[in-house]
Design a protein around this ligand. Sequence first.
Ligand code: SF4
Ligand code: SF4
Ligand code: SF4
Length: 245
Amino acid sequence: MKLAFYSLTSCEGCLTTLITKLGPDIEGLWNNFDIDYFKLVREPVGGSKFPKADIAFVEGAVVTNLDREHLQEIRKNSRFVVAIGTCASTGNIAYTASRNIKLGKKALSVLEVREAEPLSSVIALDYELNGCPVNADEFVDGLLRLVNGLEPIQPDFSVCYQCKLAGNACLLDKKQVCLGPIAMGGCDAACTSVGSPCLACRGPYIEADLKAYFKTLENKGLKVEDAKPLLQMFMGKKIKEVLKE
Ligand code: SF4
Ligand code: SF4
Ligand code: SF4
C-alpha cells in the first residue's frame, strides 16, 4: 500500500509530531508501507511531485493559489485523502488571520494569498484527524482502520466528557473560561487535567451548542465576551458551524 504525506501552508508541526511521537513505530510505517513521499523526510518517488497513492495525508490550510492547485492534484492522484491537524480540518488560526489582517490588493496579488480555508472547502475529503498538532495514536488508529477497509472514527464527545471521567474539578467553577463543552474530545482532556483551560485545539465538538455554552458561562458568573476571542483561535472556518451561520 502506497502512502504520501504532504504539507500545505503550515508550521509543519503535524508531520514533525508524527516523526517524533511515533518513535520506534515509525519503522513499522517504513517497513509495512511504500512511502512515496514524506515532506521533511523523503523526496517524491518516480519523478512526479504528486505520486499516485492509496492514502494521502495532508497537513496545513489552503492559503495560496498554489496550495489549492497542489491539493487538487493530490486529490486526483490519491484513493483516500485524509486531513491531518486542525489547520487542515478547520483552517485554524490562518483562517482568522486571513480574515482580519488587511493586506493591500497589491500585496495580496504578489503573495497570491487568499482567505485561508480547510481542505474540505476545496476537495472532497475522506477523513479528518484533528489536533494542533495531530495526535499520533489517532493517526495510527485511523491508518489501520483505512487499511482494513473500515471507516476511521471521529470522536463524538466533547472535552468535558473525558475531563469529567478524569475526575477533574471544573475550571468554570474557578472562574476560568474553558471551551471544553464545545470542543471536540479525544485528547484525554490533556490541558484541563493539568489545570489549563481547554482552547478547543481539535476544533468544535459535533454537537457544540454555543447558546447553551454562553448561558453556562453566565450562570457561572463568567463573561461571554471573554470567551469570544478564544473561539477564534483554532475553530477556523468551522466557527460558522458552531455559530450555526
Ligand atoms: S495543526 Fe498546528 S501543529 Fe499542525 S500544522 Fe497546523 S499549526 Fe502546525
Ligand atoms: S474544566 Fe473545562 S473541560 Fe473540564 S468539565 Fe469544566 S468546562 Fe468541561
Ligand atoms: S484540552 Fe482542549 S486545548 Fe487541550 S489538547 Fe484537548 S482539545 Fe486541545
